[in-house]
Design a protein around this ligand. Structure first.
Ligand SMILES: NC(=O)c1ccc[n+]([C@@H]2O[C@H](COP(=O)([O-])OP(=O)(O)OC[C@H]3O[C@@H](n4cnc5c(N)ncnc54)[C@H](O)[C@@H]3O)[C@@H](O)[C@H]2O)c1
Length: 450
């Protein structure tokens, strides 16, 4: 794939700076191949491992997981892709430290339970490895700061693997936003509205449903994710919704999130699910869930916009990321695949289908790689996120979704918990860029390569 021209946009200037915004970019040369270690080879880790193993420019000398079954599945994936057996680190919770301290790795992918991401990313950066962490990057404000400091001090990047940023429709809308079609943005919505009841509970043998077990009796995410619904009340999974919104709003690059207010409903769905599937005498019927079924947050941005995020994972409902992007000239809404732009849409006050806009404003990345992305997972977006991680290491450039994005997205969880705990009080976002957001230039989706 030849280097093509960057997209010309009216909203974005200083492309050179966008590619090399900080000290990480001491040199710009590309490596032919790189070596990556994998920490966490559960369901998501296996998927990412398979994508990486399909690339000729990636070696995978080491993997780590504490679960023998998951390691075995990962080994099968590597074998199927014609890969040599990697060294396996499976001696308990802290064995990942031995993986990150190897001297033959350029980067590490982390796909473990949420509570491990920050510690693993920190250890990897301190050991001189670039990081690609699954979402969210951290669970506390303190850990967010530690990631920023470690990335800056060790000059290693910490990319959050927020694949939804690469959705084809979202990237077409980003294109339209940057070309000014929607006017000045004023209000955006996003969220994680996904009935996860059969993920939070299963029979301990397979990942989806079949029982009401979790924790040590569960399988895959029910082993750990369900506990977050018992112990926490907030937007527990904000990054899929807020990732695309962040790039449209130029968060950390000319704009920033200022404060958040969050409000939670009562908690019903998980308890009702247990009653329905196992009856009131099952021991899990006594479990008290702290997480409200629907958590709604409003974020105010420095440039005036509002963002509404929803977290809705405990109720029967179709999947939706709740996207709405509204500017002074028009509005896109994902759920009815519709758009309206003043003086452009044929009939005032009526929605029109998004399809012709999707075609016209398809992002150059998608035009270039749609064949490769096919079958790569979640409609192709996993191809792009993995590619961005690999290409950033190879080219020695800052990744398109960097540590500042990782923490400004992830910190929403602890801030929303604090807001709910305090009667929906507004909570200020820390400025993780230390004022650099005023000068930083946008970096996501600005070229047709990664
Ligand atoms: N971006 C996406 O679309 C997407 C999709 C699914 C999951 N995820 C995220 O990926 C992450 C993993 O989710 P999953 O579905 O694979 O869960 P999972 O439970 O299937 O896998 C997690 C793995 O981590 C391992 N693990 C736990 N503690 C460990 C430790 N100390 N050292 C090494 N390994 C350890 C577990 O044994 C397990 O195999 C989560 O953050 C989840 O939110 C993202």
């Amino acid at each position: 794939m030849k280097r093509k021209k960057f997209i010309q946009t009216s909203a974005v200037a200083g492309i050179g700076a966008a590619l090399m915004p900080n000290a990480l970019m001491a040199e710009f040369s590309s490596k032919k191949s790189i070596s990556i270690g994998f920490i966490g080879t559960g369901l998501r880790g296996q998927w990412l491992l398979d994508l990486a193993a399909k690339r000729k420019d990636v070696n995978i000398p080491a993997i780590c997981d504490i679960d023998e079954t998951m390691i075995r599945k990962a080994m099968k994936i590597l074998k199927r892709n014609g890969r040599k057996e990697p060294q396996v680190y499976q001696n308990g919770d802290e064995d990942f430290n031995n993986l990150v301290n190897r001297d033959d790795l350029d980067g590490v992918i982390i796909a473990t339970p949420w509570e491990w991401h920050a510690a693993m990313a920190l250890a990897a950066m301190k050991a001189g490895k670039h990081v690609g962490t699954e979402v969210p990057a951290a669970l506390s404000v303190k850990d967010c700061w530690s990631l920023v400091n470690a990335s800056e001090q060790n000059r290693k990047f910490c990319m959050i693997m927020e694949n939804v940023c690469y959705r084809r429709d979202v990237m077409a809308v980003l294109n339209m936003v940057r070309k000014g079609l929607l006017g000045e943005l004023i209000h955006l919505q996003g969220g994680y509205q996904h009935d996860l009841r059969e993920v939070k509970f299963n029979d301990g043998k397979q990942p989806y449903g079949g029982g009401v077990e979790f924790g040590k009796n569960g399988y895959s995410e029910s082993k750990w994710r369900t506990n977050h619904s018992i112990e926490r009340n907030g937007d527990l999974y904000p990054t899929h919704g807020v990732g695309p919104i962040s790039s449209m709003l130029n968060i950390n690059r000319g704009n920033r999130f200022e404060y958040i207010t969050s409000t939670a409903t009562q908690s019903r769905g998980l308890h009702n699910y247990i009653l329905k599937h196992a009856g009131k005498d099952h021991p899990n019927a006594k479990v008290k869930f702290k997480l409200g079924d629907i958590v709604t947050s409003v974020i105010k941005c420095a440039n005036g916009q509002t963002v509404v995020l929803s977290h809705d994972t405990n109720s029967p409902r179709p999947y939706s990321l709740n996207f709405r992007v509204q500017g002074t000239n028009g509005i896109w809404m994902r759920d009815n695949n519709s758009i309206y732009i003043e003086d452009v849409s044929h009939k005032p006050h009526y929605w029109e289908p998004f399809d012709s806009y999707q075609k016209k404003y398809d992002h150059p990345l998608w035009k270039a790689f749609s064949n490769d992305a096919e079958g790569a997972g979640h409609g192709g977006i996993d191809f792009f996120i993995m590619r961005a991680f690999i290409e950033s290491i190879k080219r020695k450039v800052n990744p398109p979704i960097d540590v500042y994005d990782a923490v400004s997205m992830s910190v929403i969880s602890p801030l929303s918990e604090e807001s709910i705990e305090n009667g929906s009080k507004p909570i200020k976002f820390p400025d993780f860029t230390n004022g650099k957001w005023k000068q930083n230039k946008p970096i996501f989706g600005l070229n047709d390569e990664y």
